[in-house]
Structure formats: C-alpha cells, structure tokens
Design a protein. Structure first.
Length: 178
C-alpha cells in the first residue's frame, strides 16, 4: 500500500474520532503544532528515523515531546511509531488538515507578494478568491517574494493565479517571441 494511502487512512480515523467528540478544531491546531515541531526539529527527526533507537524509546520521546496534546493525537502518534510509520506523521497531519478544511469549507492558499499583506488585504483576497474555488474562505499563508516586482501570485491547491508584474512581463515576452 502506498504511503499516501496509509497516511489517508490514519488521518481519516483521527478525523472521524475528533468529529464524533466535537474536537475537530482543537485537534487540527494540535496537529499543526506537531507538524511544526517535526519539520523544524532536525534532532527529533534524526531520532525518529534512527534504526538504532528502539520503538519503546521513540514512544517515550514522543510522549515527552507532546505530553500536552489531546489523547487522540498522542495515541495516533504512538500507533504510527509502533507500526514503524513514524516517517508518515507529517503526511498524516497534512491529510487530516485537508479533511478538516473540506469539512469547514476552507482552502489553503499561498499568497506571494513583494511586502507583507495587511489583515484587510488578506481578508479581501480570502473572500474574492474563496468564491472562485467554491469555498467559504481561504487560510492564507503570505510569502514575501521580492522577485515579483509588483502585484500578487496566489496558489490555491494546484491552481495558480498570477497577477504579478514579473508574470505579466513573462507572458508579454512569450507573445512577442511567437
């Protein structure tokens, strides 16, 4: 079975549990923290990937690292470590967030701009582009990219809306070369 299928199954089980217990938002927030810790902690990743560290020791480290999270989250992490799928934790979190976003009618969006967006600009983008992708709102991650020269570039799922000056110049160049 492929890794994405495995991650989807674990995420779906955790999603159903959290939905049944009205903990969807809390568990989503906790999983975002877990992902952040795993992505940003090379030491923890090294320990989890090491074949020299026993499963019991890995579980102890996970318990210590994430002692404050909901038992559902902790138990899911423990099961993943038990079944030697600790390399799948981030994928499980991503799949869970995708399910939670679908439930709430939210889409993840990366907005590239030459300067940080204000709260009002983010809200305006969220309302106008959410309708285009059939969602209630967007969860915007603003990425400052000075190479754009001006304007915005928005990525929602596999769709890209390029209203940047650099993008317009590149399209113009292609038209002129044809």
């Amino acid at each position: 079975m492929s890794n994405s299928m495995v991650a989807k199954r674990y995420a779906l089980a955790l999603f159903q549990l959290s939905k049944e217990n009205n903990l969807l938002t809390q568990i989503e927030e906790e999983l975002r923290v877990v992902k952040s810790v795993l992505v940003n902690s090379s030491d923890l990743n090294a320990v989890l990937k090491s074949p020299k560290v026993s499963v019991a020791k890995k579980k102890e480290i996970i318990k210590d690292s994430f002692s404050k999270v909901n038992p559902f989250v902790l138990n899911t992490l423990m099961i993943l470590v038990d079944r030697h799928r600790d390399d799948q934790i981030v994928d499980v979190v991503d799949q869970f967030i995708e399910l939670a976003n679908e439930e709430h009618g939210i889409a993840e969006a990366k907005v590239y701009s030459i300067r940080p967006l204000t709260k009002e600009e983010s809200e305006t983008l969220s309302t106008s582009f959410a309708a285009k992708v059939g969602k209630k709102s967007l969860r915007i991650e603003n990425i400052v990219d000075t190479d754009l020269l001006g304007g915005l570039k928005i990525r929602i799922g596999n769709r890209i809306y390029d209203g940047s000056l650099r993008g317009k110049l590149e399209r113009l160049e292609r038209k002129l070369l044809v």
